[in-house]
Write a protein that binds this ligand. Structure first.
Ligand SMILES: [Mg+2]
Length: 398
């Protein structure tokens, strides 16, 4: 790929990530005996409606929002299940955390879909389609759920693309392919076109998005009011709405409860380094850094302590975070009698966050060789999982 190819791909930096048949898939994960069967999640009482149907059930014509009674007629062999939201929410949180490893700009739309603006993570990826494939992969490995992803220049197009990518796909709409992609689609695919609007459009002879794009805007406005002007823009593939994250994290952290309490200094420091490395990776994945490093220590009797230090400059690397966390830990352990230095849980977090790169601010551990090495590690981790690589060598020289 030439540099200009990559540049062109970056003109489509907005991802719409949407889990396939989410509730039905979670039910299948809970009970693997359901795999391959038509699973229909919804209200099972007389007036219930379908909220999610597996692809096997869709083959029978079952769709979301359809009355359950109708679904039973279409698919008598279906497995009908009442929704259990706690399970869906737990999975949803897990998936959102993965999205946030890929971009600091994640805007959830519901439990199973979100927009991601990848421009904050340019450092991590050669191009957005590669990131989209990695995201799918990571979600599958971590949760067992199938994700479809649309990759496009803006929100409207990426949402449309993910819908067309289903099931289990990635669809990229290149900035130079927008018209080609959009024009043949029926008007119902325009954002905000419901049944009523569709009737009006049909009366105007508008059947495809291309028809709408070619229609003089005055005519649309006369028929549909201000809504018409917005639709004319969408039909041309224009949408300048930003991806708005629901909230900015106040700190990024990682912690671990050990299967057996740790007492050996080398084990403790090894664990601390691993956690520092994980935090660093998350920070960089979101394109941020922070100035306050905090340590959390829980003893076998569940007494829990935290210590933190605010630095003069940002850190986003494992070596910098580890250096501070280690000092905090050593000071903490010194304050304890030697017989009382067992550790049940360790946590490391970084707060006082700011957007990375902090242009000309000094980064504590910005030794160029480390920076490059850690970015390379991030890439490997995102593709192969967090434990794929670690700072083994660092442990040796303590
Ligand atoms: Mg979905």
């Amino acid at each position: 790929m030439t540099p200009s190819d990559a540049e062109r791909l970056w003109l489509s930096p907005i991802l719409h990530a949407d889990l396939d048949a989410f509730y039905a898939s979670v039910e299948t994960l809970k009970d693997p005996g359901l795999r391959g069967r038509p699973v229909i999640v919804g209200g099972t009482s007389g007036r219930g409606v379908v909220t999610s149907a597996s692809y096997e059930a869709r083959r029978f014509g079952v769709r979301s929002a359809m009355p359950t009674a109708q679904a039973r007629k279409l698919c008598p062999s279906g497995v009908f299940i009442q929704p259990s939201f706690p399970a869906y929410i737990a999975k949803s949180i897990q998936v959102k955390e993965i999205f946030e490893e890929f971009s600091v700009a994640v805007e959830p739309l519901s439990l199973d879909e979100a927009f991601l603006d990848l421009r904050t993570a340019r450092r991590l990826w050669s191009d957005p389609p590669t990131a989209a494939e990695a995201l799918k992969d990571r979600v599958m490995r971590a949760t067992g759920l199938v994700l479809s992803v649309g990759v496009a220049p803006n929100k409207f197009l990426s949402k449309l693309a993910s819908r067309m990518a289903k099931p289990d796909g990635v669809l990229v709409v290149g900035a130079d392919r927008v018209d080609e992609f959009l024009r043949p689609l029926p008007v119902g695919h325009l954002w905000g076109v419901g049944e009523q609007t569709e009737v009006v459009m049909r009366r105007l002879g508008l059947r495809t998005i291309g028809d709408v794009a070619a229609c003089p805007p005055e005519i649309l406005e006369r028929a549909l009011g201000s809504h018409g002007a917005g639709l004319a823009q969408l039909a041309l593939g224009r949408d300048d709405r930003k991806v708005v994250p629901d909230q900015v994290a106040r700190s990024v952290g990682a912690e671990e409860t050990f299967q057996r309490d740790l007492s050996e200094p080398t084990q403790i420091l090894g664990a601390l380094l691993k956690l520092s490395d994980r935090v660093a990776s998350r920070l960089r994945g979101q394109g941020i850094s922070g100035r306050t490093v905090s340590l959390k220590v829980r003893m076998p009797n569940f007494e829990t302590f935290s210590r933190s230090r605010t630095l003069k400059c940002e850190v986003d690397g494992a070596t910098g975070i580890y250096g501070v966390a280690r000092e905090l830990l050593e000071k903490f352990l010194e304050s304890k009698p030697p017989g009382n230095r067992k550790i049940r849980l360790l946590g490391v977090s970084v707060g006082n966050l700011c957007r990375w790169p902090a242009s000309d601010q000094m980064i504590l551990d910005r030794r160029p060789e480390w920076g490059a090495a850690e970015v390379a590690l991030d890439r490997v981790r995102l593709r192969f999982g967090e434990d794929a690589l670690g700072f083994g060598a660092l442990l040796e020289d303590g």
